[in-house]
Design a protein. Structure first.
Length: 235
């Protein structure tokens, strides 16, 4: 998908130069790294949309880099653990292909590769990932909740929420037209079977309101007195 960012990790300058030149000609943004350590360093500061990863690297293997990427959590390890990965390798044996895929690669392309085929594989992979990610998005007007990355954006700006605050917002966003009773929210978010006299829900809702207020003048969490909470209807 033109406009997407591709990180090319290969220690052969000829291949890197070839991919960089052609991908840019096809309107991709290209980042490069020549070994595993440099690749991980790039991933800590950039957010590529797809990783082209050579199996044989000077300091490690592509298999190990793939394992590191998949072992991230997007928070303590700032890269995306679900980053689409295409492994490039001169090793064409079936066992090598299986080894790459079992380490978490989404596709495996043998060298020498046919560029138009590689380009098509990149496009297919990005479209598939886009469909998956779209299915994890909950929207209510200017509020977007991503249940996959556990990110919330309001008016296009990220909102940092705690785990329970996120779960509260995601629950309300799952059915934005509905009023959730306090008992439902306490059981769904906190696992409480009895409402009792806890102020947990109200205190969390108050903190979410304060965080949302930094990005919008609208009261996004509406307290339906005597019943529960709902999201404000989009304007």
């Amino acid at each position: 998908m033109p406009g997407s960012t591709v990180l090319v990790v290969d220690d052969e300058p000829r291949i890197v130069e070839f991919l960089e030149e052609n991908l840019r000609a096809d309107d991709y943004v290209v980042l490069t790294a020549s070994d595993g350590a440099e690749a991980m360093s790039v991933l800590e500061t950039a957010r590529p949309d797809v990783l082209l990863l050579d199996v044989v690297l000077p300091d490690t293997t592509g298999y190990e880099v793939c394992r590191q990427v998949r072992g991230g959590d997007g928070i303590n390890a700032p890269w995306d653990p679900d980053l689409p990965i295409i492994m490039l390798s001169a090793k064409a044996e079936h066992t090598d292909r299986v080894r790459g895929l079992s380490r978490g690669a989404d596709d495996y392309v043998t060298k020498p590769f046919h560029y138009p085929e590689l380009l098509a594989r990149i496009g297919v992979l990005l479209k598939r990932v886009s469909r998956v990610r779209e299915s994890h998005l909950l929207r209510c007007g200017a509020l977007t909740v991503n249940t996959l990355s556990r990110e919330v954006h309001l008016e296009g700006q990220p909102v940092a929420l705690s785990a329970k605050e996120f779960q509260l917002v995601a629950t309300l966003a799952s059915e934005p037209e509905r009023v959730f009773t306090k008992a439902e929210l306490l059981e769904t978010v906190w696992g409480f079977r009895s409402q009792g006299r806890t102020r947990t829900l109200d205190s969390h809702a108050s903190r979410v309101r304060q965080k949302f207020a930094a990005h919008s003048d609208r009261p996004w969490l509406v307290n339906q007195w005597g019943v529960g909470y709902r999201l404000a209807k989009p304007e």
